[in-house]
Design a protein around this ligand. Structure first.
Ligand code: FAD
Length: 388
């Protein structure tokens, strides 16, 4: 394989993840894609092997590794043609609990999350009226005796049907009464098993790819007072804290996608003969693939740099955002080149190209859109006036 990263960092992790992924070939993903079914066996295999607990400290039963190691796991999953979106949140969503949860919460939940007895796959931040503008969210949490009462609506809450717990961001103080718009939001750890049917309704959303995403309706849902994570009113900051890890890890998935597309395109370009010669002999076929590959190599350096800074506990907002921007765009260039190289067969389901093409497109929109990353860089790195 031209893009094998066997000699890259975390070579042993990469080899082990690749071996696991061999049990989940294209036919497996195609069957699920057609039925829009969740890859339960795949997620179970990753959980059993401990790959979803890489970031959980050893004292809580995880591997205690860093974001660089987690990035290697997700990159290899995607390079193998699998889809980590089914479970990537189990790796990083617990970071909010780890950094801001109480000692009791951590002792209660983290060991169970580490061994896969509890799934923390869902995070409810986005609402119909607030995606990029998180602080405009309107779902409320009101204190009532020993409970919080939740009312409102979330959208795009992925994996909610396949998770036991959900991290929820809700408003605990009206927006108009606060000095800063980032105040007045709080994070809750909601036990979905207790909540569904008792004030929480989950409705699946069918999307262009197989993503198990949903909308959530809260109607007087009562959750225990102890569900609050950290301090009331500081939730926006807690969620922001977790975003750098998320961006780096999604960028790693894009690098894996890029490798998959480049491998697939080069293999086909060598074997497909048109006008008596392999199409890969034409520069019109070679150049888009080579260009995407070069862009991906640049993106990989930025992913590595961002992960290194994150793991050293240093500020990495700019690097994490740039990693996500560069990797998602490189993956999309590779996807486009791969479809074009395959001609008509790029559209045939059995080649998997069209499925991966649909899957990788998401990452220019979620978890943060390209424009919002550019706005961040313009303001925080270049010192230009805030544009939103
Ligand atoms: C499949 C899928 C899964 C998701 N999973 C989750 C999840 O698990 N949990 C969760 O909370 N959310 C999730 N999301 C939501 C995702 O994070 C949002 O879709 C994303 O942040 C964009 O928000 P929006 O869709 O509301 O777009 P909007 O904020 O409405 O933006 C629409 C477009 O306008 C652009 N735009 C907006 N403002 C500006 C500006 N000032 N300058 C320039 N351009 C601007 C944006 O870049 C974007 O292209 C998911 C989304 C999808 C599609």
């Amino acid at each position: 394989m031209p893009t094998d990263r066997a000699d890259a960092d975390h070579a042993e992790i990469r080899a082990a993840v690749r071996a696991l992924c061999r049990d989940f070939p294209g036919e497996y993903w195609r069957r699920l894609d057609a039925a829009r079914e969740y890859p339960t066996e795949f997620v179970r295999a990753l959980t059993r092997a401990g790959w979803l607990a890489v970031l959980i400290p050893e004292e809580f039963g995880g591997s205690g590794l860093g974001v660089a190691a987690a990035a290697a796991v997700l990159e290899e999953i995607h390079a193998a043609g699998c889809n980590g979106a089914a479970c990537h949140a189990q790796i990083y969503t617990m970071g909010t609990l780890l950094r801001h949860g109480s000692a009791e919460q951590k002792a209660k939940f983290l060991p169970q999350i580490a061994r896969g007895a509890l799934r923390l796959q869902a995070f409810g931040v986005t609402e119909p009226g607030s995606g990029s503008d998180t602080t405009a969210l309107r779902t409320t949490a009101r204190r009532d005796g020993d409970a919080w009462v939740i009312d409102g609506q979330k959208v795009w809450t992925s994996r909610a049907e396949h998770s036991d717990l959900m991290l929820l961001l809700a408003r605990t103080a009206p927006r108009g009464e606060l000095a800063k718009r980032t105040e007045g939001l709080s994070v809750f750890l909601v036990d979905m098993r207790e909540a569904v049917g008792k004030g929480l309704t989950i409705r699946p959303i069918r999307t262009m790819m197989n993503h198990a995403t949903t909308e959530l309706f809260f109607d007087g849902l009562r959750i225990p007072a102890a569900s609050l994570v950290g301090e009331e009113g500081r939730g926006f900051r807690y969620i922001l804290d977790g975003m750098n890890a998320e961006r780096i890890l999604i960028a790693a998935e894009c690098l894996g996608d890029l490798r998959w597309f480049v491998d697939k395109a080069t293999a086909y370009a060598k074997e497909r003969v048109v006008f008596g010669r392999p199409i890969g002999q034409n520069q019109g076929i070679q150049f888009p693939i080579a260009r995407a590959w070069a862009q991906g190599q640049g993106a990989a350096l930025m992913v590595g740099r961002a992960a290194q800074l994150f793991d050293a506990g240093e500020a990495c907002g700019a690097e994490a955002n740039m990693a996500k921007l560069l990797a998602s765009e490189a993956a999309w260039q590779a996807a486009e080149a791969c479809v074009q190289t395959h001609g008509g067969f790029g559209f045939a389901e059995e080649f998997d190209v069209e499925r991966k093409f649909r899957e990788t497109r998401l990452y220019q929109v979620a978890p943060v859109s390209t424009n919002l990353i550019l706005a961040y860089l313009a303001e925080h790195v270049l010192g230009l006036p805030r544009s939103y």
